[in-house]
Design a protein around this ligand. Structure first.
Ligand SMILES: *[C@@H]1O[C@H](CO)[C@@H](O)[C@H](O)[C@H]1NC(C)=O
Ligand SMILES: *[C@@H]1O[C@H](CO)[C@@H](O)[C@H](O)[C@H]1NC(C)=O
Ligand SMILES: *[C@@H]1O[C@H](CO)[C@@H](O)[C@H](O)[C@H]1NC(C)=O
Length: 327
């Protein structure tokens, strides 16, 4: 069964293939609306191609900021201007609607609503759209086709909210427009941003010891940083044997849009020798990085090996000169 699945995973754009290659496959917009009191709300809006931010909404000027030279995809200026108008209308209606329904919905000021809407590309299938809303960080409602569905556990408030949304014809038009626009924009961005998205940046790796997990034990830390794309494979090894105790951290962003990851392994002090950290990444083209524990401090050892004899020679010479002077 696994053998049948493997080639399939390799061709799916979202699947992590053996060499860690992964392409962006979704476009989504994020809206964060903070409602401070009955008359005051603040909206933040952004557009994302997977983990890569491509757009920001400037609520002061009511315009879209294009963060990349290729963020316009294949849309014309007219289409972007029309979208700006629709987003502007959406924000005004959203704020007014929430303010006027807040007491019915039992939303207590101050509160925050988060909206995520987008579309995902699955190989060979029609892109799938999604819109979800959270109240105070918990799932509140989502859209199935073009109708609002309360989230399980969101209670009466979500049911009332959906009843209102489902009766709103303008909202239906906006959802349809979003659903129609998103896949076209996604495909256009994948094409216009191809050079950026397909770049390969090699990781650097280094080892350190973490704070001791207990007497007689070591925490070996393997740092991998500066790689792009995000997908990476890191494992502590003894020879060809993967060490099951390897703990992988979260893949964290660096400021330059590359990624960072650390993998740790707890071992008894006597068992550290011979362990190595192995890194596979698409940019390395099969030339895995392998770092052996104990070798990382070899620079220190070399310095020690040169300095100590040198000091000894100097001390001996000094003694010799002193003895000669006092003769
Ligand atoms: C609402 O909040 C804003 C920002 O904190 C404040 O400037 C404004 O005076 C508040 N208005 C009311 C009616 O409380
Ligand atoms: C979005 O479009 C897909 C097909 O392109 C359709 O199946 C789906 O029902 C649409 N959803 C909405 C909310 O219009
Ligand atoms: C942009 O590219 C997509 C995918 O190739 C295509 O479906 C769409 O018609 C193109 N043009 C516009 C204006 O969306």
């Amino acid at each position: 069964m696994l053998f049948l699945l493997l080639p399939l995973i390799a061709v799916l754009p979202g699947g992590d293939s053996a060499d860690g290659l992964k392409e962006p496959v979704s476009f989504h917009v994020i809206q964060i609306s903070s409602f401070y009191n009955h008359s005051w709300a603040r909206n933040l809006g952004s557009g994302w191609l997977d983990d890569l931010q491509t757009h920001t909404w400037d609520s002061n000027s009511g315009t879209i900021i294009f963060l990349r030279p290729w963020s316009r995809g294949n849309f014309s200026n007219e289409e972007w201007m029309e979208l700006e108008t629709l987003i502007h209308i959406h924000f005004i209606r959203f704020n007014e609607g929430i303010h006027s329904y807040a007491s019915v919905l039992q939303f207590k000021y101050p509160f925050e609503l988060q909206v995520i809407g987008g579309c995902e590309l699955h190989s060979g299938k029609v892109p799938r759209g999604f819109i979800r809303v959270a109240y105070q960080g918990s799932d509140f409602m989502s859209f199935q086709e073009d109708s609002c569905l309360p989230s399980p556990g969101a209670g009466n408030a979500a049911q009332r909210f959906c009843r209102a949304v489902n009766q709103d014809q303008v909202n239906k038009v906006l959802v349809h427009r979003f659903n129609e626009t998103c896949p076209r924009l996604l495909l256009g961005l994948l094409d216009s941003g191809k050079a950026h998205l397909q770049q390969q940046v090699k990781p650097e790796a280094w080892l350190s010891s973490g704070s001791s997990p207990g007497p007689g034990h070591l925490l070996l830390v393997c740092h991998v940083s500066g790689f792009y794309p995000k997908s990476v494979w890191v494992m502590w090894m003894r020879g060809e044997q993967e060490q099951a105790g390897t703990q992988r951290g979260d893949v964290l962003p660096n400021a330059d849009e590359t990624w960072y990851l650390r993998a740790t392994l707890e071992v008894a002090a006597g068992e550290a020798a011979g362990l190595a950290c192995r890194v596979k990444h698409s940019s390395l083209e099969g030339q895995d990085i392998v770092l052996y524990w104990g070798h990382h401090n070899s620079v220190g050892l070399i310095i020690l090996a040169v300095i100590v004899p040198l000091l000894l020679v100097i001390i001996c010479l000094a003694f010799w000169f002193r003895k000669r002077r006092f003769h």
